[in-house]
Structure formats: structure tokens, C-alpha cells
Design a protein around this ligand. Structure first.
Ligand code: SF4
Length: 350
């Protein structure tokens, strides 16, 4: 896949853009001032594969907690600020690594310059984040709630920072409609070379949200557009991260085990669904760049999955363990998952 090469920004040493691997982000949903709960959630996100964590900083009480949160983790942290430039300055003072703020929302060119200068001094980038709810009235009147409006809005905010000589910028343009999200980011990609943070906003609960996000984010990534992603779900933030990581794996943009399993049919004579789930759960976090197949019958399975590095194909009482379509040995059907994992662990130490 050819990726568009954007500028590079650094978020606590993590490169975003410029061809760096696409990173996965999420956002805490604890009260930021509840430091133990926030740090515990950050640790869970990190374990799930998150690389950048955003925290809401809605008021001074939340801002006062930022130094302690900063001391409690090495994760790249982003402060999400809506209107109050003083909260952005407090987050910078606390050692946060990126500020998400829309300069057009903070009141005056002087305030924009203050924030831009403070970010520049510390080498901290700014993310401009527009979505369907934040587009300015004039743009809505001119374009309606369209991709064009999102793109113009984002570039308008960027211009305010550029006027201060600040270009350490990342942009996101999100709509809850994947098609609008895709179009807005294609436009942005044509019109600027800032790194783009992708996401479908308000995508919904887990199942539908993942589908909408995969359609929107996946389309853009396949076009080579996008440098960092968030799968927004009405669910635990860890689920967002797992979905983001799996999406990158599915597109070959992140290392890890690729799974193939057949859709089942009338030839299936064992618990294929349970076996496939068990194999997936046990191999999900392994760092191997391997393809694994779980197939429903011995007659067709190994051949259909001959491109897999390892595989199992089940039958009524027993199945086969195979490598690149070639049988290795027969195994009782209820031992297939164990035998596959044991073989892989013995041949691919972590
Ligand atoms: Fe059916 Fe066998 Fe193909 Fe699975 S591998 S879909 S069970 S023919």
C-alpha cells in the first residue's frame, strides 16, 4: 500500500506522519480529576495497544490533576481543550505532549499566539479537530453540513496557527457518516500535508460503531491517507483500541497474527465457531507476523487455506494440523486448538 507522505509531528517521541507506522489512539472516560482511576484506565489502554491517550480537560479542577497524571505514566498524553486557552497553557505546564484545540474557538489572535508560542517552546504539536457539530455558521450556510465544510473549517483553524508561524499541526475531520468523513479527509489530503488523524465520530455502540469505523477509516487507509486513528465507540475505551489494532492488522499496517476461518457449511462436523474463537483469543496478542487458518472440513480446508502458515481443519472426531496446506498430523477434534497453539509456540518463541 502506498501511503501519502505527510509532515512528521512528534508526540512524546512517537512519530506521527511522514510515513511512520499508523498509530492507535483512544480517550479516557474517567473524570480527569480522579487521578487513580484515570491512571488505571491509561494502563489498561496501553496494555490493549494504545499509543496516544487523550484526556478531557473541561475545567480548572481537571487541569489541576494533570501534573500528577503526567508523573504517573510515560504514555503520550493529549489534553482536549474546547474554549479556554488557559487550560491549554496549564496542560503544557504539566508536561502534556499534544494539545487538541481549535484556535478559532479561543477568542482572540493574542490568545492563539500565546498557545502557539507555548507549544513551540516545548516542541508540542496541536491537533485541530473538527466534526459535524463544530463547523462555523458561515461555512454551514455556504456548504451545508458537507465534507467541503469540514475541510474548510479545519484549514481555517490551521491558518490561524500558520499566521503565528506555527505548523506543528495534526488535523482531524470527523462526521458520523463514514462517506462524509472519507470525502472530507480526501479533500484535506489534497489540500495540505499535515498528518491526518482519522475517525468516524459518534459511530455508535460496539458492533455498528466498529463497522462504520472500518468502512470510513479503512477506506482512507487503503487510499494511503491517514497517520493515526481512533475507533470511537459507545463502549469501554479499551474496546476502541482493540478494534483499532485489529483494523490496522486487517490492512497489513500492524504486525500480528492474521486469522482466516471458513464461514462453515453443511460439511462442518465439529465445533468450528468455538474452536476459531478459542484460537483467536489465544493468539491475539502474539507478536508473530503469521497467518493462521481454522477450517471446517478436512477435505477442502487445508487446500482452501494453503497460503496460511499454520492451520487446523476439523472433522467429526478428529482433524488435521497443517502447514502451508500440507498435513502434519491428525489430532482429536477437541484438541485441535491446543495442538495448534502448542505447535506455534514451540516453533515461534516470543
Ligand atoms: Fe465448507 Fe470445508 Fe469450505 Fe469450511 S472449508 S466452508 S466446511 S467446504
Amino acid at each position: 500500500m502506498r501511503r501519502k507522505i505527510t509532515r512528521t509531528i512528534h508526540v512524546r517521541g512517537l512519530a506521527v506522519g511522514g510515513g511512520a507506522p499508523v498509530s492507535v489512539q483512544s480517550m479516557t472516560n474517567t473524570r480527569t480529576q480522579d487521578v487513580p482511576a484515570t491512571l488505571a484506565q491509561i494502563r489498561r489502554l496501553e496494555t490493549a495497544g494504545c499509543q496516544i491517550v487523550r484526556l478531557a480537560v473541561p475545567n480548572l479542577e481537571a487541569a489541576r490533576a494533570l501534573p500528577e497524571i503526567r508523573r504517573g505514566t510515560d504514555m503520550p498524553l493529549v489534553a482536549d481543550i474546547h474554549f479556554d486557552y488557559k487550560l491549554a497553557l496549564a496542560a503544557l505546564e504539566a508536561g502534556f505532549d499534544k494539545i487538541r484545540i481549535n484556535p478559532g474557538n479561543i477568542g482572540s489572535p493574542e490568545r492563539v499566539r500565546l498557545v502557539a508560542d507555548a507549544c513551540r517552546e516545548r516542541g508540542v504539536p496541536i491537533r485541530i479537530g473538527v466534526n459535524s457539530g463544530s463547523v462555523e455558521k458561515e461555512l454551514l450556510q455556504k456548504y451545508g453540513l458537507t465534507a467541503q465544510a469540514l475541510c474548510e473549517s479545519a484549514l481555517g483553524h490551521a491558518k490561524l496557527l500558520e499566521d503565528c508561524g506555527f505548523e506543528d499541526i495534526c488535523i482531524s475531520a470527523k462526521a458520523s457518516d463514514p462517506a462524509v468523513t472519507v470525502e472530507a479527509n480526501r479533500l484535506l489530503s489534497e489540500r495540505c500535508d499535515y498528518p491526518l488523524h482519522l475517525g468516524v465520530t459518534e459511530a455508535g455502540t460496539k458492533e455498528r460503531g466498529i463497522l462504520k469505523s472500518a468502512a470510513g477509516i479503512g477506506s482512507l487507509l487503503l487510499d494511503g491517507i491517514g497517520d493515526t486513528i481512533r475507533v470511537s465507540l459507545t463502549d469501554a475505551p479499551e474496546e476502541e483500541v482493540r478494534a483499532g489494532v485489529e483494523l490496522l492488522r486487517a490492512l497489513g499496517l500492524r504486525r500480528g497474527v492474521q486469522f482466516i476461518s471458513c464461514p462453515t457449511c453443511g460439511r462442518t462436523e465439529f465445533d468450528l465457531i468455538g474452536t476459531a474463537r478459542a484460537v483467536e483469543a489465544r493468539l491475539r496478542d502474539k507478536p508473530w507476523d503469521l497467518t493462521v487458518a481454522v477450517m471446517g472440513c478436512v477435505v477442502n480446508g487445508p487446500g482452501e487455506a494453503s497460503h496460511a502458515d499454520y492451520g487446523i481443519a476439523g472433522g467429526k472426531r478428529e482433524g488435521v494440523l497443517f502447514r502451508h496446506g500440507e498435513p502434519i498430523r491428525r489430532v482429536p477434534a477437541d484438541r485441535l486448538a491446543d495442538a495448534l497453539v502448542e505447535l506455534m509456540e514451540s516453533e515461534n518463541p516470543v
